[in-house]
Design a protein around this ligand. Sequence first.
Ligand code: ADP
Ligand code: MG
Length: 223
Amino acid sequence: AEEEIIRLDRLNLIGEMAASISHEVRNPMTTVKGFLQLLRNKQESKGKEYFDLMIEELDRANSILSEFLSISKNKATMYEWYNINDIVTSTLPLIQADAHNNDKLLTVELNNVPDLQLDIQEIRQLLLNLVRNGFEAMSNGGQLKIRTFSSNSEVTLGVSDEGNGIEQYMLEKLGTPFFTTKEQGTGLGLAVCYGIASRHNGRISVETSPEGTTFYVYFELSK
Ligand code: ADP
Ligand code: MG
């Protein structure tokens, strides 16, 4: 529990900083991108490649800022009564598109669960971030499983993969912004997930072994 409190403080501080600088940084980036696109069209083919690369990198920086911004606890969260099963179902087309590599199987098991007060955009983002990590963990194929169920006073969302698991020493680093083991990773996906869960008074736990990993997100019923 102690570790969780430290983690939340860290997120709050970073969220506030993110909220105040993201917009300021984005405006000049938009200007630069506009001129890069203009110059790109005047290049020969080799030159175009360099400009495409610069534009891609700028887009990447921009998406890091977006993810960073969504950590912010100051962002207005819009709670409405939803059944999490409906949110999963409406997000499935996106997830199936992610699974385009047909080595990856997807199973979805939605059990009857009571409605909760949720921000649909945030829950979608949470689900997508966990699902993407699951797919990325299964470079050699495997099955990704999304499951909802309720027990005691909670509704649980589970995302399981058949990847190689997470090593013990890395577990405490999960959710720390910029912690990544991927060449193209931002290390922000889980930080965003922890932020979203905490705004919903939820918790996240991880079960992992060399045969795979499951992330559980628990939502309290009384809210
Ligand atoms: P990113 O995906 O950009 O690396 P995340 O915050 O989503 O950032 O994840 C941080 C790190 O946690 C990953 O780089 C990976 O090492 C580890 N991780 C997250 N989910 C899984 C998973 N399902 N299986 C194995 N490792 C994972
Ligand atoms: Mg990720």
